[in-house]
Design a protein around this ligand. Structure first.
Ligand code: URA
Ligand code: SF4
Length: 187
């Protein structure tokens, strides 16, 4: 683990710890306020993210942006990262060896950002961070506290693009995040 941001970002340059390095254009490390109170964790870069090297800039990202704006949360005031930093080919799910190889970067990001709240976007983030026993449709909307951080699992924005009806719960969950955040600010 690196104790400062410069060393951590340097350590991922040219990473070849898993086979995803063979297809990526850019490593998508993360974006946002490195002192954020709220952190979002997604799955892995898509095509647009791979092009730009920035998380959540494609269609799913636009949906996330819209939700943040509606909540009155500035995207630049949160920190956004993914389980894997390189795009899986054809946007397939990241494989176990890839997630295991990459997860230390994310753990280090969490240690350095020290968020109060982490929003887990979708089942890949949920199962990697809180454990494989969780099911996204049962766990979503329910806070989980672990080592001083509270986690809100919710649907991945890409899932909302496939199934519109999930938008209602997604919105509910993000409202709960906003509300919790405001309560925490008062203490
Ligand atoms: N989906 C993700 O999980 N992460 C991104 O950065 C973009 C789409
Ligand atoms: Fe390295 Fe992660 Fe990219 Fe794999 S996905 S090559 S571990 S940065």
């Amino acid at each position: 683990m690196y104790s400062n941001w410069e060393e951590l970002t340097k350590s991922i340059q040219g990473c070849r710890k898993c086979k995803l390095c063979n297809w990526r254009k850019n490593i998508v490390f993360g974006q946002g306020d490195i002192n954020a109170d709220i952190m979002f964790i997604g799955e892995g870069p898509g095509a647009e993210e791979d092009e730009q090297g920035i998380p959540f800039v494609g269609r799913a990202g636009q949906l996330l942006n819209t939700a943040l704006k509606a909540l009155g949360i500035q995207r630049e005031n949160v920190y956004i990262a993914n389980i894997v930093k390189c795009r899986p080919p054809q946007n397939r799910n990241p494989e176990l060896d890839e997630m295991q190889a990459c997860l230390d970067y994310l753990r280090n990001q969490v240690i350095l950002v020290k968020p109060k709240i982490i929003v887990l976007l979708g089942k890949v983030a949920l199962n990697n961070i809180l454990g494989s026993q969780y099911n996204i449709s049962k766990a979503r909307g329910i806070w989980v506290e672990k080592k001083g951080i509270i986690y809100m699992p919710t649907y991945h924005p890409a899932a909302l693009l496939r199934d519109n009806s999930k938008k209602i719960d997604f919105w509910k969950d993000l409202k709960a995040v906003k509300q919790k955040y405001e309560e925490m600010e008062l203490v």
